[in-house]
Design a protein around this ligand. Structure first.
Ligand SMILES: *[C@@H]1O[C@H](CO)[C@@H](O)[C@H](O)[C@H]1NC(C)=O
Length: 332
């Protein structure tokens, strides 16, 4: 049952953002002095600037939500949400009968991680994002789609989100609709490459969230095609269900899409995507840095223990699920 699958795969948190290169926590960063150093009008803001803006935004949203960092948003914790006003991320949504967004493990705005994703995607540095995978769509899919729709720049923005369970895709489409986020489109992957020749130009021409239904691992070269079409990726959000082998996907994705940011949920649980965090950070002088990380309490502690923890800090992380935001170092 899809719901159970999703139940098993999601997380918790405390925002312990470490600003790139500054080694400072969100709380202790000295905004005033570092902001003054920003040079205006350059082609591309430095990653440090981008993260500082995203973390400042996260702090403001967190303030409006009483600083909560739990999956389930207590009623009244955040101000009522109005689709017509884009100053706040939408609450996590579940439309299946008798199931809450928390039951589905949705990454919500009640988590620091959810707020940071929304804030990052809302800023000018992120125009294209890929999500692996959609799940039921009422969590990070909704946050990213909403943020990109409201995003700065007036340039076409794309969210590509892949999901192999068609019921989840249908649910995600409905969630976006009831949340007032215009769908770019959706496609059933098929054929040799996943996409028909006519589908690619349509996707490029119609920005917004695109839901791609099918098994990504079946289509060698699909991400390469997509990235060529949308001009690479700014952000990749990884929250794979346990056992989906993204190790085969990453090298091609990295080469063809050159993502600037990679967000990993459930980074401390075996069988998810935490291996990528370890891999990217293995060389301390390498291309990637951890820009922010954190954790939140896990409502599924027994399940997490059963899956097992990645690395040797299992006891420390038991009861919590961690996340990581990785950033490629700026070119010199
Ligand atoms: C750089 O950051 C500033 C402040 O967030 C923003 O207004 C501007 O659009 C950004 N420029 C680019 C090229 O992203």
């Amino acid at each position: 049952m899809a719901i159970l699958r999703h139940h098993r795969r999601r997380l918790s948190q405390r925002l312990v953002g470490v600003l790139l290169g500054l080694g400072a926590t969100v709380e202790s960063a000295s905004w005033a002095s570092s902001r003054a150093g920003r040079s205006v009008g350059r082609e591309r803001n430095t990653t440090t600037d981008v993260l500082r803006d995203a973390m400042e935004c996260e702090r403001q949203v967190a303030d409006r939500c009483n600083g909560i960092n739990v999956f389930e948003e207590p009623s009244g914790a955040c101000p009522p949400w109005d689709a017509a006003v884009d100053l706040m991320p939408p609450p996590a949504a579940a439309l299946f009968a008798g199931v809450t967004a928390t039951d589905l493990g949705c990454i919500s705005r009640s988590l620091g991680f959810g707020r940071l994703l929304w804030c990052l995607a809302r800023g000018p540095a992120v125009r294209t994002a890929l999500e692996l995978f959609t799940g039921t769509g009422g969590g990070s899919t909704l946050l990213l789609a909403h943020a990109l729709a409201a995003g700065a720049g007036g340039r076409p923005q794309h969210l590509l989100s892949v999901e192999r369970d068609v019921r989840n895709v249908a649910h995600a489409i409905e969630v976006l609709q009831v949340s007032g986020v215009k769908l770019g489109g959706f496609v059933h992957l098929g054929g040799a490459t996943g996409l028909e020749p006519s589908e690619l130009p349509e996707l490029v021409a119609r920005p917004g969230p695109w839901l791609l239904h099918g098994d990504l691992l079946q289509y060698k070269g699909l991400l390469e095609l997509l990235c060529q079409a949308v001009g690479g990726l700014d952000l990749v959000m990884l929250d794979p269900p346990i056992g989906v082998d993204l190790e085969r996907v990453w090298p091609g994705l990295d080469r063809a899409c050159k993502p600037r940011f990679v967000a990993v949920h459930n980074a401390n649980l075996r069988g998810h995507a935490g291996w990528l965090r370890h891999q990217l950070l293995a060389d301390p002088g390498g291309e990637w840095q951890e820009a922010a990380s954190g954790s939140h309490p896990s409502p599924w502690e027994a399940v997490d223990r059963e899956i097992g923890f990645l690395g040797d800090d299992g006891e420390l992380t038991a009861g919590r699920r961690t996340w990581s935001l990785l950033a490629r170092r700026d070119p010199l």
